[in-house]
Design a protein around this ligand. Structure first.
Ligand code: AMP
Length: 115
């Protein structure tokens, strides 16, 4: 599968401000933050988009990503007021980097509908 810049971040070949890491999941601050807290939570294995996810095969991995989001939200002090988790999928979803990632956004009131 084609690599993206996120593979280089996983291998620590390019710098990132790491917010969380375990065996399967890495989280780092977005380089172009859209909110006071904007962290990307990614699996260490390459899964390009949500379309390649299967509930049966990836349930544990998705659970770890949610656990990471909750841990980071607490650390960043946004767990009580709330936050938004976003996974953009392909062109119409606004996905630019084809390595699965969950945006954790918080620290301000989010609007709806999204752009
Ligand atoms: P998406 O548009 O959902 O694919 O989101 C990709 C995100 O990756 C964007 O919010 C970018 O700002 C972010 N991004 C791209 N390159 C880097 C990088 N080197 N370090 C941190 N965030 C990045």
């Amino acid at each position: 599968m084609a690599e993206t810049i996120f593979s280089k971040i996983i291998r620590k070949e390019i710098p990132a401000k790491i917010a969380f890491e375990n065996e399967h999941v890495l989280a780092f601050h977005d380089i172009n933050p859209q909110a006071p807290v904007h962290v990307l939570i990614i699996p260490k294995i390459v899964i390009p988009t949500v379309s390649e996810l299967s509930g049966k095969e990836h349930a544990a991995l998705l659970g770890e990503m949610i656990d990471a989001a909750n841990t980071i939200a607490k650390e960043q002090g946004i767990d009580e007021k709330g936050f938004r988790l976003v996974m953009n999928c392909k062109a119409d979803g606004g996905q630019d980097v084809y390595h699965l990632h969950m945006h954790l956004l918080g620290g301000r009131k989010m609007t709806w509908p999204p752009g």
